[in-house]
Design a protein around this ligand. Structure first.
Ligand SMILES: [Zn+2]
Length: 344
């Protein structure tokens, strides 16, 4: 197979940042995706319908001319989120989910939820209106090793939550472990998961052997090879609950190459091409469209896109840097060669 046409894909997990960053992130998202679930971890976070509306307007001001790309907005859950705000979000027509960050888990998550069990009224409201709960599934307590945080979260918090709210639509975002993949694959149809390109292409050896590579540092952190293999297996399975979410998350080069570097990988310069690489290597190009273009919108209850993209087998080298804010960022896979190219 030397070329493939896909229904235009969507990205079910992106970080666009704000203001000057939007000049880079919005055109990059619109390059091959038609919609994006926009993460709300700004400073201050997007906690209300009115903040989401204002952020959406700032994003739309950067949509390239002629593009159909649409931001799908998300509210940031805090200890103070009210059921009333959930109902307002459901009625807004532009909010498609609420994001749970455990307080302190990742970039700008300080306002996150401190105790999941105190959120019952909010989850009750979300369940009743069919609002999707997007979860950053990691515990943040000091007694749990960073490589175990996802697996512990599933047992300690997610299983009880699912038992209490069996009809709540949940996306376990950016799964990174065998336990995450198995949990979702064995759960009911209202539980889905996104997988990033970095967790399919790399494991922790790529990040740590022969020198530390800060541009592969993201959260949840890259795990062992056995987890990478489990994620690939889940992604190429064609299972309807598993779909594309890049978690593309830009930071400046300086912020990453630091004594205390930021977590996050920018991947929108080549996201669909990197996924194609993984599916091709697994001999599963016939499953790429389900993962990238149909499973996600089916899960969210949204129509499938009516345009297509064309990928061709043709080697090309990922750029060394991307202009970002008033400086630059180093994109995921910088300087390496990919075998699939987005043609149109
Ligand atoms: Zn994210």
């Amino acid at each position: 197979m030397d070329s493939i046409t896909l229904i235009r894909p969507d990205d079910w997990h992106i970080h666009l940042r704000d203001n000057l960053a939007l000049e880079t992130t919005v055109p990059a998202a619109a390059r091959c995706f038609d919609r994006g679930i926009v993460m709300p971890n700004l400073t201050p976070p997007v906690t209300t319908v009115s903040r989401a509306s204002a952020y959406r307007e700032r994003i739309l001001a950067h949509t390239p001319y002629g593009s159909n790309w649409q931001p799908l907005m998300v509210l940031y859950l805090t200890d103070n989120t009210s059921p009333k705000e959930i109902h307002a979000a459901a009625e807004s027509g532009f909010i498609y989910g609420c994001k749970y960050y455990p307080a302190g888990a990742t970039t700008n998550s300080d306002s996150g939820v401190t105790d999941l069990t105190k959120m019952d009224a909010v989850f009750e409201a979300m369940q009743s209106v069919g609002m999707v709960l997007q979860m950053h599934g990691e515990v943040t307590s000091d007694d749990v090793d960073i490589f175990d945080r996802e697996a512990v979260f599933i047992e300690r918090h997610l299983r009880p939550l699912v038992a209490k709210f069996p009809d709540l639509k949940i996306v376990l975002e950016h799964i990174t472990t065998q336990q995450g993949a198995e949990f979702v694959l064995n759960a009911s149809d209202n539980i889905g998961a996104t997988i990033t390109p970095q967790h399919l292409l790399y494991n922790r050896n790529h990040m740590l052997v022969g020198g530390i590579r800060p541009h592969l540092f993201c959260l949840p952190i890259l795990k062992r090879d056995v987890h990478q293999q489990a994620l690939i297996k889940a992604a190429v399975s064609g299972n309807q609950k598993i779909f594309l979410g890049t978690d593309s998350a830009p930071h400046t080069q300086d912020a990453k190459e630091s004594s205390c570097g930021c977590a996050g990988c920018f991947s929108h310069h080549a996201a669909i091409e990197m996924y194609a690489e993984v599916f091709d290597q697994a001999g599963a190009m016939d499953k790429l469209e389900a993962f990238a273009s149909t499973n996600g919108c089916d899960f969210y209850g949204l129509p499938r896109n009516n345009s297509t993209i064309l990928l061709r087998r043709e080697p090309w080298k990922i750029q060394a840097a991307v202009p970002y804010e008033d400086t630059q960022l180093i994109p995921l896979g910088a300087g390496t060669t990919l075998n699939w190219m987005l043609v149109e």
